[in-house]
Design a protein around this ligand. Structure first.
Ligand code: GTQ
Length: 348
């Protein structure tokens, strides 16, 4: 027998809520479905930053401020659905950083992890935790949490890279600390290339046992990555939903390269199109080589080199390769996996 609500029941409830409100209390039942939804509600919108459109602004920034004065001369890529937040997704940040010859972006450290994916130029370096690495287009470089880092440029011409940071994720926990180094450049303690030789060559120092949240390899050079992807194409067809998709690995434990940001790179052979796929992590894509299209909902984003596209979590998307297409991507998938939150769905 179901109780028939009395006509004044709603008014009595509202009065109760109002009295409870004075005690900083609120009923769950009016909010339960939105607090605990059936599936993720996309945060922000899918969007593409065509590099041809973004580049002039990035280059112009050098006319307005030096890397030294700016500390980091970056144009933030802000999700059009999240303006004012400095976010490209619900949990992550993206920006295009510019360094000009002779400049130094001074040493600092912070709790936020950073990744760099090199877009154009040559001769610039980043120094992380006492080792310098000269960056080339397509290189993937990590700056682990709380490691001293500065950037410099000993070559010619502008150098641009995509910065990915877990700024919103760290802000959520409010566990944010930062420090400026007393010197413009933090001291170097190892020769260039040391980490890659020691940990990133299919070798490890004998007796080395020091599992770490971050990969000890901090530059994954593009030529090696590109060659691996190319070799994969000879072995068989790409995955129907993902293409030839590989993740950047921590060689010490086989895990992801960083604890908060999952990083991957894929090759789609010319003419190949993926079937629809979605996952609970919002992802940022940057085109490395080739051309094609990313389709999400009603949006069809053309893909040309260096274009950046964001796809909010749980929105299904497909990738289409017009020419052999290489795409780097990052997301918070690794954090979600560790917390038991990650889900994916292969549609067709
Ligand atoms: O290079 O250290 O895009 O601290 C934002 C914050 C880059 C960096 C960003 C940063 C950096």
């Amino acid at each position: 027998m179901s109780a028939v609500p009395k006509p004044n029941i709603q008014a009595e409830r509202e009065a109760f809520y109002a009295r409870a409100d004075t005690q900083n209390m609120a009923p769950l039942w009016t909010r339960l479905k939105s607090l605990v939804p059936a599936n993720p509600t996309p945060v922000g919108v899918p969007h593409r930053w065509a590099y041809a459109d973004a580049r002039p602004y990035v280059l112009e920034s050098a006319r307005h401020i030096s890397a030294q004065e700016a500390e980091r001369r970056v144009m933030i890529l802000e999700n059009p659905g999240l303006r004012g937040s400095s976010q490209i997704t619900n949990s992550l940040y993206a920006g295009l950083q510019l360094i000009m010859p002779g400049e130094v972006a001074p040493a600092h450290r912070h709790m936020q992890s950073a990744l760099r994916f090199v877009v154009e130029g040559s001769g610039a370096f980043t120094a992380v935790d006492g080792e310098k690495t000269t960056m080339q287009p397509g290189d993937f470089v990590i700056t682990p949490s709380w490691t001293w880092h500065h950037h410099g440029h000993e070559g010619s011409g502008p150098m641009v890279w995509l910065d990915g940071l877990d700024i919103p994720l760290v802000a959520f926990f409010n566990s944010t600390f930062r420090e400026d180094h007393e010197a413009k450049e933090a001291p170097l303690t190892r020769p260039e290339g040391d980490s890659l030789a020691r940990y990133g060559s299919g070798l490890l120092p004998i007796g080395y046992q020091q599992p770490s949240l971050n990969s000890p390899v901090f530059n994954y050079p593009y030529p090696r990555t590109r060659e691996a992807l190319q070799t994969l194409t000879r072995a068989g067809a790409p995955d129907a939903h993902l293409g030839h998709l590989m993740r950047y690995v921590n060689p010490l434990d086989g895990g992801w390269a960083m604890p908060t940001m999952a990083t991957m790179i894929r090759l789609l052979p010319k003419g190949f199109a993926t079937q629809a796929y979605r996952s609970s992590d919002s992802a940022i894509f940057i085109v490395v080589e080739g051309s094609g299209e990313l389709r999400v909902g009603e949006r069809h984003f053309p893909l040309t080199p260096h274009d950046v596209v964001v796809v909010p979590g749980w929105m299904a998307y497909t990738l289409h390769a017009q020419q052999d297409l290489v795409v780097f991507s990052y997301s918070d998938r690794v954090a979600q996996e560790k917390l038991g939150l990650f889900r994916e769905q292969r549609l067709r």
